[in-house]
Design a protein around this ligand. Structure first.
Ligand code: MF3
Ligand code: CO
Ligand code: CO
Length: 377
């Protein structure tokens, strides 16, 4: 008996015959690969001549070669989580675009290469809250102003039919133009340069190939790393005309943040911010997300203090001149405050599929109040 190897050696190497069921040439060896199949990862799609691409299928599932493309696009690629039960109607649209590159001349945070925020972890998210020197405060002013610029640029492109990945490209380029690194990129393996959170997404939505639709709401959360400091800002926007309920959700959330900012000054307790926010949300039939909080920010993206947005929290600490932190309430329509996560391990969604909105500013405590470093026009 010949071995498998000796049989294989005698047969001609890698001959693929024409895959057309109706090949008029008797299925000779084929050299033309279907480029669409190739792109979609369908292997072995070879034909002997152009005509064989068109009418090659007599099976019961597909009427034409093109239908195979449509099927693969619609199933495998647009549903990366086939066994996950979605809470609402939003779906991811994959594949994600390839990882974007930050040129070498732009200084990076310590997690940019290996995704691990080493200095944050070393801080243990505990200890005393940093008081920034005048020079450090200038650093925070500068990066926060840039973050606001980038957010406003990205927001000006919001319209039906733009994809969240296209918004990501705009944010990425705008950061680089300003000599800044887009802080989300590879932070704890977040794959993109901005968080785009649509409709029932509470936060940390990953930009993908989904096109925005009139009536959607979308939060853009932009953070820049510039000259050693992070500046963090986000806002929620309508896509075209939206429902009155969605408009009210957005307005309520903005008001929650604005009223919380008003109590910030030296001596104020971080724990009291939630006491301002929650009643405003509840009066509008909304609930306050508890799993995500505001945070200290400066040379670290996230650090003490931890700032819950709900009432009766046990946040530690009092505000002092020179402290920097964010307030970033996430507010859900209805009475469910809880979040769950898509299998991408980032996208946080409401458990009932209701919409959620968020606003965020980076703040600096001054001698007699607070400076909104990311303040918009
Ligand atoms: N910008 C978010 C915040 O407000 C954090 C995003 S982390 C990321 O804290 F990795 F998703 F970008
Ligand atoms: Co933040
Ligand atoms: Co943010």
């Amino acid at each position: 008996m010949p071995t498998d190897a000796s049989t294989a050696a005698k047969s001609p190497p890698h001959v693929i015959t024409c895959q057309s069921d109706n090949c008029p040439n008797g299925k000779p060896p084929a050299r033309l690969e279907c480029p669409t199949c190739h792109k979609l990862g369908i292997t072995g799609s070879f034909f002997c001549e152009q005509a064989c691409f068109r009418e090659n299928c007599e099976c019961t599932l597909f009427k034409s070669h093109k239908q195979i493309h449509e099927f693969v696009k619609a199933s495998a690629i647009t549903n990366p989580f086939p066994s996950y039960r979605f809470t609402g109607s939003l779906r991811p649209v994959y594949p994600l675009s390839p990882r974007r590159v930050v040129p070498d001349h732009i200084p990076r945070p310590d997690y940019a290469e290996d995704s691990i925020p080493h200095s944050e972890l070393k801080s243990g998210y505990s200890g005393s809250i940093k008081i920034l020197t005048k020079q450090e405060q200038e650093g925070m002013r500068a990066v926060s102003r840039l973050a606001r610029e980038v957010l406003d640029i990205a927001a000006s492109h919001i319209r039906p039919a733009i994809t969240t990945d296209e918004i990501d490209a705009i944010v990425h380029e705008a950061c680089i133009e300003r000599g800044a690194y887009p802080s989300p990129l590879n932070y704890r393996r977040f794959p993109k340069s901005v968080c785009t959170s649509v409709n029932e997404v509470i936060c940390h939505g990953i930009p993908d190939q989904r096109k925005l639709v009139e009536g959607d709401i979308i939060n853009l959360d932009v953070t820049l790393y510039h000259n050693g400091f992070h500046g963090d800002v986000n806002a929620t926007y309508p896509v075209g005309e939206i429902s009155e309920e969605s408009r009210k959700l957005i307005d309520t959330t903005r008001r929650c943040l604005d009223e919380a900012i008003k109590i910030c000054k030296p001596g104020a307790f971080f724990r009291d911010l939630g006491k301002v926010i929650e009643p405003i949300a509840q009066k509008s039939g909304c609930s306050v997300v508890r799993q995500y909080t505001g945070h200290g920010i400066h040379r670290l993206f996230h650090c003490v203090p931890n700032i819950p947005h709900y009432a009766k929290n046990k946040a530690v600490g009092q505000m002092k001149e020179g402290m920097c932190f964010t307030i970033e309430p996430m507010i859900n329509l209805g009475n469910r405050h809880d979040a769950e996560h898509w299998p991408d391990d980032w996208t946080a969604v409401t458990v009932d599929g209701n919409r959620s909105a968020q606003f965020e500013e980076t703040l600096l405590v001054t001698a007699d109040g607070v400076e909104v470093l990311t303040r918009g026009p």
